[in-house]
Ligand binder design. Structure first.
Ligand code: HEC
Ligand code: HEC
Length: 373
């Protein structure tokens, strides 16, 4: 019985594997490392369209001044070009804004992988966190109901009246449309340098053990010895924002600690050996997403590659496998050429960007403390 069901499962897996390779052969086929085009995800078009408008709508933030797209900008593959992100007034971001390309293929989110559930939860967190959009979901719901375009769009999408639950379904549906496409790597149009770089990536430079699969990430966390960004401690507002986050996450000694503990927030290992571990990011669309790492420490891909080449940074918890790579200058350039070949189309067309006006007439109240309801 057991053996039988095992066999059944194997053949089901084989068939599923066949189906994917058939589906992919239209563009290109994943190679032996599982590196290949990211498969497009089927979406409900009406929900995704609604999600798109919500993504670009500043009404979703407390002061009606910032939208998701303030930080996740289509022209930068949904990043912002800053080392450390912006934040809601009264706070400042303490991490680099990650790309949202292929984010729907991930199993966990944020640089510390702290959310492992789904994009509905990531969306809620992004809207309500006081350093992100600082929005009360009940107020959001009322604002959405006052906008006749939303009343129609929610209804058409089968989500009834505008509601925060509906918004948290629609935004992830839009995020599913952000799939990488047309990179030289996927089209089989790599330069000679990029091809040499890919061989190094899989071989001598040992990158493919973590940066694996179509999205070039294994979804795990590691310590690469990435140096701290001193700006986080030099700027009182950023530091305060990080301390508030740390208190909420129960980080020990948060008042004195001078480092971003990363995925330590997941397991709080008593010996601190998980301090400074961060999630393996995607390597897609890197051309548009500088600066790099969880804190924007490196401005160029060449800086990242030479950091790896010297065996990473100083950290007692650093991944023991991280050793100097002995790559020549030319080999490092080839590796960069390969990384660049993983960047494709920017999704800044009408299909991915809400280009119409979105009315938002909420004025900030001066002296609100003294104003009576
Ligand atoms: C003020 C800037 C800012 C705004 C506004 C913002 N984000 Fe983000 N977003 C970030 C930063 C910074 C991170 C990484 C945070 C961390 O790792 O702790 C992030 C992470 C994410 C991630 C996880 C990506 C990954 O690969 O782990 C998703 C998904 C996301 N944001 C979606 C959204 C959505 C949807 C909205 C609007 C509802 C939004 N964001 C609004 C800055 C912002
Ligand atoms: C042991 C796992 C592991 C290996 C091996 C590895 N990486 Fe990484 N990589 C990571 C992690 C984890 C990060 C994120 C570190 C951070 O944010 O502080 C990262 C970050 C990066 C980034 C920055 C991406 C961004 O958007 O900020 C690039 C580029 C990169 N790696 C390329 C490479 C190359 C090239 C190699 C081979 C020389 C390599 N990696 C080997 C785990 C790995």
């Amino acid at each position: 019985m057991k053996a039988n069901s095992y066999k059944l499962r194997i053949s089901a897996a084989l068939i599923a594997g066949l189906a994917t390779s058939v589906a992919m052969s239209a563009i290109a086929v994943a190679d032996d490392m599982g590196h290949g085009p990211v498969a497009a995800i089927k979406v409900n078009a009406k929900k995704a369209e609604l999600g798109k408008r919500l993504f670009f709508d500043p009404k979703l933030s407390g002061d009606a001044a910032i939208s998701c797209a303030t930080c996740h900008q289509p022209d930068k593959a949904f990043t912002d070009g800053l080392a450390l992100s912006k934040a809601y007034p009264g706070s400042k971001g303490f991490r680099n804004t990650p790309t949202l390309m292929n984010t729907a293929t991930k199993k966990n989110w944020f640089h510390d992988a702290r959310l492992g559930t789904n994009l509905n939860d990531v969306t809620r967190e992004s809207i309500t966190e006081d350093y992100m959009m600082n929005m009360d979901m009940r107020i959001m719901q009322e604002r959405l109901k006052q906008d006749p375009v939303y009343v129609k769009m929610f209804k058409d999408a089968g989500l009834g009246e505008p509601s925060n639950g509906g918004a948290r379904k629609a935004i992830p549906e839009y995020l599913k449309t952000l799939t990488s496409r047309n990179s030289p790597f996927d089209k089989g149009e790599m330069s000679a340098a990029a091809k040499r770089g890919y061989e190094l990536f899989k071989g001598k430079a040992k990158c493919a053990s973590c940066h694996t699969g179509p999205n070039f990430t294994d979804g795990k966390v590691y310590n690469r010895g990435v140096p701290e960004n001193p700006e986080l401690w030099a700027d009182p507002m950023r530091h305060m924002t990080y301390v508030a986050f740390g208190l909420f996450m129960g980080i020990e000694n948060i008042m004195n600690i001078r480092r971003d503990v990363g995925a330590h927030v997941l397991k709080h290992k008593a010996d601190g050996s998980d301090i400074g571990t961060f999630a393996t990011p995607t390597l897609r669309e890197l051309k548009y997403t500088a600066p790099y790492m969880h804190n924007g420490t490196f401005k160029t891909l060449f800086e990242v590659v030479s950091f790896y080449n010297q065996g990473g940074g100083e950290d007692k918890n650093k991944d023991p496998g991280m050793k100097p790579l002995g790559l020549t200058f030319g080999e490092q350039q080839d590796l960069v050429a390969f990384l660049e070949s993983l960047s494709g189309d920017l999704l800044n067309d009408d299909a991915h960007v809400w280009k119409g006006e979105i009315p938002s007439n909420y004025k900030a109240i001066e002296n609100w403390v003294e104003v009576k309801n």
